[in-house]
Design a protein around this ligand. Structure first.
Ligand SMILES: Nc1ncnc2c1ncn2[C@@H]1O[C@H](COP(=O)(O)OP(=O)(O)O[C@H]2O[C@H](CO)[C@@H](O)[C@H](O)[C@H]2O)[C@@H](O)[C@H]1O
Length: 483
């Protein structure tokens, strides 16, 4: 019998995406359908999510007072799969992004917005909404972290769903003052070390990790790394005590969106047998980033510009990159001082460094299809998707050996090159020396066209579709139900 899952998240591509979370949540329904799992996605009713719903559908449920504001439940579709939306204008009818105003400042009431969202998700999955029944509630990241806690502290119900909490990014934890607890409508006993209490305040991700039946993160290496203080960011103790319930399931890529042979954003489509067509895309990258035309390698970056992503080290390495005859095309947005550092670099090296600050989905596809290599010097990376897109597009990933980057790229050492299995370049520790060393190695390998093509082809032949990981999530859900 088909198993039903409510996938609860603050983003899902193509309706709302600020990063990898959106990609993964958007891909899960199609990834799980072949394994007999029906996924319904549950999203907050941001203006662009509501705009995508067909007008006129009657609400499935109404909350007169959901932690302080009225709300209703609407139904729609996302990429051919079922979608539920929490329409709560008091919380979500705002200009700006999912988490902050148009200037990028976080909303002051995020704690209440995502508590209300999680409360509603727990109601939907827990049987409080007529007609809705789920075997599993799958919560993603801190914005949904209270949902497993609301279910856990609800009165016992015979067919309560099992719960899964997935960590996409442990750096964002949803940590608030103890003063908000009274407004969360949880029983007093929930404010405890093994409940939602976190270092004297309230922790949303912590609450989910403590309450869920299973914890997953998005690569096996990262699942091990978060047991240590360097990567656990304060949650390592809790994760260690629940270690038996933790697993790492690597993200796949949505091949309906990311296939160079069928990508509508590309001037020239291609596959592993027609790699020479990438030259047309490379010319388009040069134009889009005001780079001098040339045969030397173009390194690209598609990233949030933050400390996590090692962007400060990259900014330092730009002169060395240019000195080796390479060019850089960077698309990203994030911390103001990093944006400024890259603007300065583009001014200092016109024709060699091109920078586009902002978010541009189509341009991110072009960069993967026209650049020679993608630089990912992350200090930590739960899985990473841009290296997977790079592999699929013949844009060779140059990555720090951490988290999912370590799990998905085969380093071009002599043995891997001789065996023809190398798919990219890895380097240890995110320092200036190691990054410049990796850029130098990539530039040298690129100069040997035959060898470079072998690396590109090996990456393109690797399977990062959802086939394997979809099966692993389905088995996890089934194990929880059998337990
Ligand atoms: N300026 C821009 N314009 C257009 N597109 C841009 C962009 N900046 C970034 N993107 C896109 O956003 C996504 C980023 O995904 P990642 O997985 O690389 O990192 P992120 O840290 O957001 O995700 C977190 O969650 C995911 C999902 O689990 C984990 O893979 C990851 O390790 C974890 O940090 C990619 O689709 C990328 O192309």
């Amino acid at each position: 019998m088909a198993l039903s899952v409510l996938s609860v998240a603050s983003e899902a591509y193509p309706l709302v995406k600020t990063g990898g979370l959106g990609d993964v949540v958007g891909a899960l329904p199609a990834a799980l359908a072949p394994h007999g799992v029906d996924v319904t996605t549950f999203l907050p009713g941001y203006p662009r999510v509501l705009a995508a719903l067909e007008a006129g559908g009657a609400p499935l449920h109404r909350w007169p007072d959901l932690l302080g504001a009225p709300a209703q439940l609407l139904e729609g579709e996302i990429a051919g799969h079922r979608l539920l939306v929490l329409d709560a204008p008091g919380y979500f009818a705002r200009e700006g992004g999912p988490y902050g105003d148009p200037a990028g400042r976080d909303w002051d009431d995020n704690w209440r917005r995502f508590a209300a969202f999680a409360r509603a998700a727990a109601d939907v999955a827990g049987g409080a909404v007529a007609g809705e029944r789920y075997d599993v509630l799958h919560a993603h990241d801190w914005q949904s972290g209270l949902a497993p806690a609301y279910l856990r502290f609800a009165p016992p119900a015979p067919d309560a769903p099992r719960t899964v909490m997935t960590i996409h990014n442990i750096a964002f934890q949803g940590r608030y003052d103890a003063g908000i607890f009274a407004s969360l409508a949880l029983p007093a006993l929930a404010f405890a070390v093994d409940g939602v209490e976190y270092y004297g305040g309230v922790g949303y991700l912590k609450a989910g990790l403590e309450s869920a039946d299973a914890i997953t993160t998005v690569s096996p290496t990262y699942a091990r790394e978060i047991l240590s203080p360097d990567f656990g960011m304060g949650l390592e103790g809790l994760i260690r005590t629940r270690q038996r319930r933790v697993s790492g399931i690597v993200n796949g890529i949505d091949t309906a969106v990311w296939s160079p042979s069928a990508d509508p954003s590309l001037p020239a489509r291609y596959d592993a047998a027609t790699l020479t067509r990438r030259a047309t895309n490379k010319r388009a990258v040069e134009q889009a980033f005001d780079l001098d035309p040339g045969d030397g390698p173009i390194f690209c970056v598609v990233s949030r510009l933050t400390w996590q992503k090692g962007m400060d080290v990259l900014a330092d390495a730009i002169p060395a990159l240019v000195e080796r005859g390479a060019r850089l095309a960077l698309l990203g947005s994030g911390d103001a001082w990093l944006e400024q550092a890259f603007r300065d670099a583009a001014e200092r090296f016109p024709g060699q460094v091109g920078v586009r600050l902002g978010y541009d989905e189509a341009l991110s596809h072009l960069l993967q299809a026209g650049s020679d290599a993608i630089l990912i010097p992350s200090r930590f990376e739960p899985c990473g998707l841009t290296q997977l897109y790079g592999l699929a597009y013949g844009c060779v990933p140059v990555v720090a050996r951490t988290g999912g980057l370590a799990d998905t790229v085969i380093h071009a050492n002599a043995a891997a090159l001789a065996a023809g299995v190398a798919t990219g370049i890895q380097f240890d520790t995110v320092t200036y020396e190691s990054l410049v060393g990796a850029i130098a190695l990539a530039t040298d390998l690129h100069a040997d066209a035959e060898r470079w093509e072998q690396i590109q082809r090996a990456g393109m032949a690797a399977d990062f579709s959802w086939a394997t990981s979809g099966r692993r999530y389905a088995s996890l859900y089934r194990e929880l139900l059998a337990a």
